[in-house]
Write a protein that binds this ligand. Sequence first.
Ligand code: F0G
Length: 427
Amino acid sequence: MTGSHQACPRCNRELPLDFAKAECPGCGGLLEVRHPPPDTRGAALRDLFGRRRGATGALDASGVWRFREAVLPGVRPEEVVSHPEGNTPLLARETVSRWSGVDDLRLKHEGHNPTGSFKDRCMTIGVTVAKRIGARAVACASTGNTSASLAAYGALAGIPVLVFVPAGQVAAGKLAQTVAYGARTLLVRGDFDACFALARDASERLNVYLLNSVNPFRLEGQKTIVLEALEQLGWEPPDWIALPAGNLGNTSAFGKALREAKDLGLIARLPRLAAIQAEGANPFARGFREGFSRVHRVRAETAATAIRIGDPASLDRAIDAIRRTDGVVTDVTDSEILEAKAVIDASGVGCEPASAASVAGVKKLVAEGVMRKGDRVVAVLTGHILKDPGLLLRYHQEMDPPPPRANRPIEIEPTLAAVEDVLGDRP
Ligand code: F0G
C-alpha cells in the first residue's frame, strides 16, 4: 500500500488504517502503523516541527499533533480529539543528577500532561482513530493511568468508555480520575494481566474498540515523547534514554520513534534505551539477562502499581527496540524506587512511584559501569506526584521505622510555644 497503512512486522501482511483489531488476522502478530516518507525530511522537517511549537492552531498547540507527519499524516483538524497534550518540560535538577551519578541527567516530565501521565499522548490519537472508524465504545485494561486518560478523552469525544482495573490495586488519584471523568469502571478481582485478558475478550465479543498499548495507533502518539525530547536537545541525541517498563508499549514506541527519526534524517545516531522494571515485576529484565532466549511470566508484586505487570503484551516489539538501540533492561527494588522518588520529590519536581524507577535504574547502571558519569541521559518521568497520594502518606507519615528520607509532619497544639519548640529542633 502506498499511503499510511497498518502492517504485521512478523509476516508483512498489510491492512488498511481502518482495520480495527490489534492483531494480524493471518499470524496473530501485533500490527504497526507505517507511513509513506514525508516530502519534507531532515533539517526542513526539524524546522517545520519547531515553527509549530508555541502556535495556537488546533493541531499545532498539541505536542503530539505538531509532529503529525510522523504520527498520522493527512489528519484533518476537525477530526482530532485533543486537549491539547504534550509539550512537557525537560528538566535538569542538580540534586537528582548528583544522586543518580550522572552529571547531565534530564528529566522528561510526562506528568505535565492534562491527566497527569504520558498516556494522553496515546489517547489523543487512539480516540481520534476510534471516532474516525465510528467505534460505538472504547475499552482498556489498566493499572490506572491508561484508564484515567481514556476516560478523559472518551468524555471529550462523547464516546462511552469501559475500563477493567485490578480491584484494590489502583492508586487513589488514578481511580478517582477514572470515575470522575465518567468511565464505566469495572473493578476486577484479579491482577492487571487478568484484566487485560478480559478486556481483550470483551472487546472482541462486544465489538468495542480496544485501546490498550497493543493498539498500534497508541504507539504513534507515544513516539512523540522521544521526538519532543530530541527537539528540546536541539536534535543532538543523548547517550541514553531511560524509562520505566511494564506492559512494554512505551519501550516499543521509543524504539520505533528512534528508528524513524534516524530514517527521516532528524538525528544522526541512535541513543541507547535503558528499560527499567521493578524487581517484583521483571519478566523483561529476566529475559534480557538470558539474551531473550525464552519468555518469562511472573506473578507481579511491587509498590509501583503502574508497572505491576507479569506478562507484558508488547514483548516482541520491545525486544526489537532494545536490540536495535543496543539497549539494556534492568530491574530495581521497591526501596530503590522509593528512595529515587523521595529524591525527585524533594527536588520540587515530584513524580509517581513507577516513574522513579527510571532514575533508580540510572543509578544502578552507573554503579554497574554500564552508564558513565559523563554520559548524557534523559530519564522519563511518566506520571505526576499526585497520582499516588496513598503511598506518599505511608512513606512520610506511617512507615515504622521511618525511611531515611521521610519528612514527618508534626502535630502541635495551636500555640506559639509549640511552634518554637519544633523550630528549636530544626536549625
Ligand atoms: N509509568 C507509568 C506511570 C505507567 O502508568 C505505566 C503503564 C508505565 C510506566 C509503563 O509503561 O506499560 O508502556 O511499559 N501503565 C499502564 C496503565 C499499564 O494501565 O496505565 P508500559
